[in-house]
Design a protein around this ligand. Structure first.
Ligand code: URA
Ligand code: CA
Length: 439
């Protein structure tokens, strides 16, 4: 069958065999299948879906499109975490050093922003000098010696996934449960971690908007992980409003440093401590999640996690001066405030709208390989449940394009829903865990 035959087969709702999926991914990886054909195949998959078998096949084909790392010679289980994608989700930059400080080791391959969500690699690139592209040998060496390394996909690691990810980002084909599962798990499998924690986001600012879909994704991810002999747990967490106050690359790096200094924001700290507890329990560094949580809480508050973060920045070529002096991060030339036109309580902050506005500002991409404005983004001054008086700033917009900053500040108003009444209950951070833990 030709590539065209296989596209038509999927378009018409038939299943592709393991060999056919492998063939398509290989051809794409080698540059013999052009973006326009892969784009329509992705759209066919978006509408037709993939079976469990097809999803496993896609995961493996993507993982095996490059080198597969192996940490079996290390005395400890290697850990990894991944978020299904959110807005202002700075968790990795806190959680990875936290877990590494507790005895890790953490080996993480991260992505760039996708759609309206941010990506850890873009955030790390706002650190002066930081190398997100490491030779695989150096990555493995850092995991062994320092318990921590975070890097981008390379030509040698899941290259086909990297190309596919960038193409999905700009073809409206991100929000498919099987494509998301295969994308995430292929990177986890290739990166060689033995124990994997998945933070599955749900809500307005997540790809899985309904809780039901999020739990379905959580199940699929766990199933793939178990089929591939990994220890794995999915935690389904809230993404209705952005996490923390900062959205945007340099702004979020600065926010992560603040959490590592014990200065909050509280939601990111709380989520990092909970997920840290799971990771330590999963990897056997703690007997259970409570003990894990106690451990990471201590390491956050005694400065060990910040020290680990500093070491990671240095080991990956970065200048760690920004930790003490945030003005060393990329700075925006322009800023504008969104002023509350009436007083009241914040009932909702639409994370997707905030994410889309930050993309428009240049913090994310609308075409493949677009260069970012690393300083661009939004700082919220209130979160859901907060009170505001008329005339106070709700948020500040930052960027290097004056016109966009103005447009964004005006557009931002529609992301806030206000009410007169105080909220009775704060939205939860966590909805559940798959499988029930410990399993
Ligand atoms: N995160 C990923 O790595 N891939 C997706 O497709 C979505 C979120
Ligand atoms: Ca944030």
């Amino acid at each position: 069958m030709t590539i065209l035959d296989l596209i038509i087969k999927k378009r018409d709702g038939q299943s592709l065999s393991e060999e056919e999926i492998r063939y398509l991914i290989n051809e794409y990886n080698e540059g013999r299948l052009p973006d326009y054909q892969m784009g329509v195949l992705l759209m066919a998959i978006y509408f037709r879906g993939l079976s469990a078998k097809e999803t496993n096949a896609l995961t493996l084909a993507l993982a095996e499109s490059g080198e597969m790392l192996n940490f079996d010679s290390l005395p400890k289980l290697v850990l990894d975490k991944h978020s299904s994608g959110g807005v202002g989700d700075t968790t990795t930059l806190v959680l990875a050093p936290l877990v590494a400080a507790a005895g890790g080791p953490v080996a993480k391959i991260s992505g760039r922003g996708l759609g309206f969500t941010g990506g850890t690699i873009d955030k790390l690139e706002s650190i002066p000098g930081f190398h997100v592209h490491l030779p695989v040998e150096r990555f493995m060496e850092l995991v062994k010696e320092n318990n921590l390394a975070i890097m981008a996909q390379t030509e040698s690691l899941t290259p086909a996934e990297g190309k596919l990810y960038a193409l999905r980002d700009v073809t409206g084909t991100v929000e498919n449960i099987s494509l998301i599962a295969a994308s995430i798990m292929s990177k986890k499998i290739a990166a060689g971690a033995h124990a994997i924690l998945l933070d599955v986001k749900t809500g307005r600012g997540a790809f899985m908007q309904s809780r039901e879909e999020a739990f379905e994704l959580a199940e699929i991810l766990v199933r793939i992980g178990k089929d591939m002999d990994r220890r794995i747990v999915s935690v389904v967490t809230d993404m209705n409003q952005p996490l923390g106050y900062a959205v945007g690359n340099a702004l979020e790096v600065n926010e992560a440093v603040s959490v590592l200094k014990g200065e909050g924001p509280g939601d990111i700290e709380e989520l990092s401590l909970i997920l840290g507890g799971y990771m330590l329990a999963l990897g056997g560094t703690a007997r259970n999640t409570e003990e894990g949580r106690e451990k990471v809480t201590r390491l956050l508050h005694n400065g060990s996690a910040l020290q680990k973060f500093r070491e990671m920045v240095r080991c990956q070529g970065g200048d760690d001066g920004f930790i003490d002096d945030p003005s060393l991060l990329p700075q925006a030339a322009y800023s504008e405030e969104l002023i509350a036109s009436k007083g009241g309580y914040i009932r909702e902050i639409d994370a997707k709208r905030i994410g889309n506005i930050s993309v428009m500002l240049g913090a994310g991409r609308t075409v493949k390989n677009e260069e970012l404005d690393l300083a661009a983004g939004i700082i919220l001054h209130r979160k859901v449940g907060g009170e505001i008086q008329q005339g106070e700033p709700l948020a500040t917009v930052y960027g290097n394009d004056r016109e966009k900053v103005g447009v964004a500040a005006r557009a931002l108003d529609s992301a806030f829903t206000m009410g007169k009444e105080k909220l009775e209950e704060m939205p939860p951070l966590i909805y559940g865990v798959v499988p029930p833990f410990p399993s």
